[in-house]
Design a protein around this ligand. Sequence first.
Ligand code: MGD
Ligand code: MGD
Ligand code: MO
Length: 797
Amino acid sequence: MGASQDGDPERTHHDPAGTRAPDPDGRAGAHPGAHPGAHPGAHPDGKADFTFRPYRHPAAGWGAAKSVTRFLVRERALLDGPRAILKMNHEDGGFDCPGCAWPDDTKGLHLDICENGVKHVTWEMTNKRVGRAFFAAHTVTELSGWTDHALEDQGRLTEPMVYDPGTDRYVPISWKDAFGLVGRTLRALESPHQAAYYTSGRLGNEATFLYQLMARELGTNNLPDCSNMCHEASGRALTASLGTGKGTVDLKDWEATDALFILGVNVASNAPRMLTSLTEAHKRGARIVHINPLVEAAATRAIIPHDFRDMATFHATRTSSLNLQPRIGGDMALLRGMAKAVLEQSASDPKALDREFVDRHTHGFEAYRALCAGTPWEEIERQSGIDRADILAAARVYREADRSIVSWCLGVTQHEHGVDTVREIVNLLLLRGNLGREGAGPSPVRGHSNVQGNRTCGIDHRPEPAFLDRLAEVCGIDPPREHGLDTVGSIRAMHRGDIKVFIGMGGNFALAAPDTPYTYEALRSCELTVQVSTKLNRSHLVHGRQALILPCLGRTEKDQQRTGLQSSSVEDSMSMVHLSVGMKRPASPHLLSEPAIIAGLARAALPDSATPWEWYIEDYDRIRDTMAQVLDGFEDFNRRVRLPLGFRIRQPARELVFLTPSGRAEFSTAPLPDVVPEPGTLALGTMRSHDQWNTTVYSDDDRYRGVTNLRTLVFMNQDDMRERGIGKFDPVDIISTARDGSRRRLDGYLAIPYDIPRGCAAGYMPEMNVLCALGDHSTQSDQPIMKHVKVTITPSS
Ligand SMILES: Nc1nc2c(c(=O)[nH]1)N[C@H]1C(S)=C(S)[C@@H](COP(=O)(O)OP(=O)(O)OC[C@H]3O[C@@H](n4cnc5c(=O)[nH]c(N)nc54)[C@H](O)[C@@H]3O)O[C@H]1N2
Ligand SMILES: Nc1nc2c(c(=O)[nH]1)N[C@H]1C(S)=C(S)[C@@H](COP(=O)(O)OP(=O)(O)OC[C@H]3O[C@@H](n4cnc5c(=O)[nH]c(N)nc54)[C@H](O)[C@@H]3O)O[C@H]1N2
Ligand SMILES: [Mo]
C-alpha cells in the first residue's frame, strides 16, 4: 500500500482469489485479512454458495422473528436474552436499546423492540469472552489476518491490555498503570492539540460531559466524533435555517401527521422501530412517500412483530403511498421541483401556500420564490432523475396534507451538498407552515443511540462561545476558544505527525473512517492509541507505537459505584432525555464504567486538577447537577430525568422562536448541484446490509435485499451492466477517482442486477471505505462523501 494519498495512482485492496486467512471458527470461505473489511463467508472463487433472490415479502414479520431466534442461539443467550429484551426501552427502569436513536413508544402498549435491536443487545450480552489467554495465544500480526467478524465474535473484552512490541502481543496491565501511561504521555506533549478524543455515539450523557471537560481542561477542542460522518450536515443546515441543529418533531407528531416523506433511510434495517409509526400512519389514512434510489423493504409493506394479531394472520400493512427513485444525489432537485409545483399552484389556489406563516415567521421568501421560478423543469428532471409528472404527484400529496413531516438520514447527508439539501427540506416545509404545530416539521433519523446527546453535552469541535463561557464559570476551567479538529481533520493531523495521541471512546475508528489505508497509516504514526471498547475490533490491531485496550461496561450491565447502582442518561432522535439502567452482571469483574475510565484518565493527565473527578464517579447525580448548570435545557436535571418518560429538551424552533440572525426561519437559495455522472462513470453509494451494525457485521446476509452469504458485491442497473459487457454475478473491478485525481480500487466484486436508477451503484460499508478518498469531504460540512463516490466499473480482467 502506498504511503501517500496521491503517491501511487491506483491501489488494489481486494483480491478475492488471494490466500485464505486462518479462520478461528473453522468456517469455510474466510477471507484474506489483507482486505480490511473481509468477512467469513465471502467467496474467494467468486460465486461459490451465495444466493440472490429479490425480496418480495413484507418487512419484519416472521422472517424477523426467525432471525432473532437463530441469533440468540448462536450467541448462547437464550436464557438472558429474552429477559433483557423485556427490560429494554421500558419507562419503569430498564436500559435504553443501544441499537438506534429512534424514540421509545410513549403509550407503553407495545413490546418496544425490533429484530436488529435484539441482535445488537445480544451481541453485547454474549457469554463468550476474550481474556488474557486469548491474547497470549495470538500475536497482533496473526490477528490482523482475521476477519472483522471473527475478531468481534471472540466475545467481550475482560481486562485492560497493553501492546508489547517485544512479543507483538497484547499483555495484561493494571488500570492504575494504564492510566499512568496515558497521563504521562499526554503530559509530555508539547501542546494539548497533539491529542484527539474521538467519540462514537453510544456514550451516555454523563460520560460525555466528563470526556469533553477533560479534553477542554487539558486545553483542546479536538473532539472528532462519528457525527462528523453522519449528521453533521443536518446540524449545520438546521442551525442555519432554524437556529437550532435538531429536528423539531416528536413521536406524538408522527402519530398526528397527514403525510410523511421519508428520504434516504433504510427503515426496515436501520430504524426498524419506525415501521410501527409507518404502519400506524397508514392505518390512520396518512400518506407516505418514500424517496430512495432503492425501493427498500419498508417502502412497501410491513408486519410488526409485536402486533400479535397481524403476526398470526400474516396480515401486512402497506407502508407507502408513493415510491420515487431519484438518482443518487438527486433529492435536492426533487425537493426544489416539489416547491416549484406548490408555488405554481398557489397562483390559482392561494391555499397551496401558507402566506401568513411565511410573512410572519420567515425571511428570504421572495428570493426563494424567484429561484424556484427560474429553475427550469428540464433541469429539475435531469438532476433528480424523476419525471415531472411524478414530482407533481409527490407535490400533490404535500399540498393536500394539512400537516407534513419530512424525515431523512444518510442518503441525504453524506453528499457534497448535504447541507443545501437539508435546507431545501426546510424550505419546502416553510412554504406551508409545516413547523411549530402538531404533526409537522423536520425529523432527522439519527444514527447511534446517543449521538444527539453527545452533541448536546459538549462533543463539538466547534463549540459555541456561550457554552464555553458557562463551562468556564461552573467548572472553573479555562477552555480553549479556537476550533478543534473533526474526524477528517484528525486523520490528516495524525498522518502529518501533528497528533500523537488518539483516544477512541467507543467505536471502530480504523474501519469507520474513509480511505482505509490512509487512516491506518495515520493511526500507526501515533505515539499512543487508546481504545475504550467492549469487543475486540480492527482499531485494536491498527495501533500506535504504544497501545492500550481499555474494556468497559456495556449499557445492559450494572454500574455499581460507591453510593450504589448508577444510571446514565441518553437523548433520542426527538430530543427526549431519559435514564438507562443496566441490569446484567458485568461481563468481567475487571471492567470499569466509561465515566470511571474517563475520570481515571483525567486524574492521571491532570494530577493537580481541581475538578472532583473521583467524587463525580461515586454518584452520577453529582455529574448531572453540574450539567444542569452548564447545559441549556437541563435545569433540574436529576428530578426531571426520573419522570416516567424523562423530559424533552426545549426546541425553540418548535415554538417558532428562531435563534437566527434575522430572528426568523431562513429560506436558503442554493443553486442545484450537478449530480449527473459523467459519461462512463457511476455514482456509488456505500451503505449497510440488514445484518450489520456499522462496522460490526453479524453475517454475510442482507435479507431484505434478497442476498445470502455475500458482501463483496455491487448492486447495478441492468442497462449499465449490459453497456459494460457485465453479466449477472460477473466479477468486476471498481475504480474510484477522487477530486484530486488519485484513484483507488476494489477488484473482483460481484455485480448484482438490481432495481436502481441508471448511473447509480451501491455496495457495503466498511469494505468500500477504501474507495472513499479522505480529501473528498463536503465543503459545506466536512462530512466524507460516502453516498456519492465517483467510480468506473469494468469486468474483472
Ligand atoms: N441495524 C442497524 N441499525 C442502524 C445502523 C446499522 O448499521 N445497523 N447504523 C446506525 C447509524 S450510525 C446510522 S447513521 C443510521 C444509518 O441509517 P441509513 O441512513 O438507513 O444508512 P445506510 O445503510 O447508509 O442507508 C442509506 C439509505 O440511503 C439510500 N440512499 C443512498 N443514496 C441516496 C441518495 O442520494 N438519496 C436518497 N434519497 N437515498 C439514498 C440507500 O439506498 C439506503 O436506503 O442507522 C443507525 N441504525
Ligand atoms: N463508507 C461509509 N463509511 C461510513 C458510513 C457510511 O455510510 N459509509 N457511515 C458512517 C457513520 S454514520 C458512522 S456513525 C460511523 C460509525 O463509526 P463508529 O461509531 O466508530 O463504529 P461502530 O461500528 O459503531 O463501533 C463498533 C465498536 O464499538 C465498540 N462498542 C460497542 N458498544 C460499546 C459501548 O457501550 N462502549 C464502548 N466504549 N464501546 C462500545 C465495540 O468495541 C465495537 O467494535 O461510520 C461511518 N462510516
Ligand atoms: Mo451514524
